[in-house]
Design a protein around this ligand. Sequence first.
Ligand SMILES: NC(=O)c1ccc[n+]([C@@H]2O[C@H](COP(=O)([O-])OP(=O)(O)OC[C@H]3O[C@@H](n4cnc5c(N)ncnc54)[C@H](O)[C@@H]3O)[C@@H](O)[C@H]2O)c1
Length: 344
Amino acid sequence: MPSVAERPRIGVVGLGYWGPNIARNLDALEGCELAWCCDADDAARAKYSVVYPDTRFTADLEEVLADPGLDAVAITTPVSTHAGLAERALQAGKHCFVEKPLAQDAVAAERLVSLADERRLVLMVGHLLCYHPGVRQLADLIERGELGEVYYLYSQRLNLGKLRADENALWSLGAHDVSVLLELADGAPNEVTARGEAYVRDGVEDVVFAYIRFDSGLAAHLHLSWLDPHKERRLTVVGSERMATLDDMALERKLTIYDKGFDPAADTYGEYITRSGAVVSPAVPNDEPLRLECAHFVDCIDRGETPRTDGPAGLAVVRVLEALQSSLDAGGTPQPVAAGSPSA
Ligand SMILES: NC(=O)c1ccc[n+]([C@@H]2O[C@H](COP(=O)([O-])OP(=O)(O)OC[C@H]3O[C@@H](n4cnc5c(N)ncnc54)[C@H](O)[C@@H]3O)[C@@H](O)[C@H]2O)c1
């Protein structure tokens, strides 16, 4: 692993809708320096060069990568460019943060994982929800067995959101839910099904319904849409002992745990009685997930540690999205998920 300056010097590539949020967080972190910002668009550079007067600006990634004092780049450009730009950055010996999804196909994602591995560089994917304090709490509840056996879960990620042309609702929104699902579930799914419709733009699905099934019997359903009157970001987990909902749009009571389920009736064989017990909402810390994500990237560079959402985790998400896309293309026919190597 290359030696790192006392405060890692990082460049952000892509200053469109999302990149400025990453730049803002990196700039605010004491542990690193926002050394470069890069965007092909003159207006984007002009806008942010006023905000970050001590940062160098360029339209050309090669100029950023040629800086021998630069430790890392954060790639926040459109998904079609992720693999190519990340490959260049890793080849230039820079640690690399890539926005989700890591790449548009598993072959490209595998190449990035191998390259980072060979060069002993940090490769981290921006699976933001994996840094959300509410998701961490939910993962802890499951880990401690408080929900019992997790039977199934479902999520709604809906909005009248950004209408994209270069990726559909599955890849744009589903990357979030699949990353959380893979964190919460044991193992990888074996079969997926997806149906969706492209109402606004030809060939780009605005609404997708995805079903993901694991060998264990665990199942997940994702409702993804940027064509919806409601803004919802909700995940419900149904376990044998308890059920839980994480509602990211709620200002209070983001996480709710329901002591609900069925208990065997003591006096009759094979009958069940409904249990409807306490409903509790533990406090969820208000920390900005994006700040936690950026700080984690800096820590991993500093300490040479493996990120929570490392290259193999990003590759696993791409494999599931790729299988779901095959199902979408095949009109909803179930598709297998490609198996990974043990490390991926
Ligand atoms: N984590 C999240 O919640 C979240 C939310 C929104 C977007 N994103 C991700 O952020 C990424 C960017 O999305 P966006 O909505 O900001 O896109 P965008 O189109 O608004 O912005 C992309 C920017 O990249 C620049 N760019 C493109 N190619 C370039 C190149 N080769 N060199 C330099 N600059 C280049 C463009 O000029 C543009 O300013 C995507 O991967 C998206 O999935 C993540």
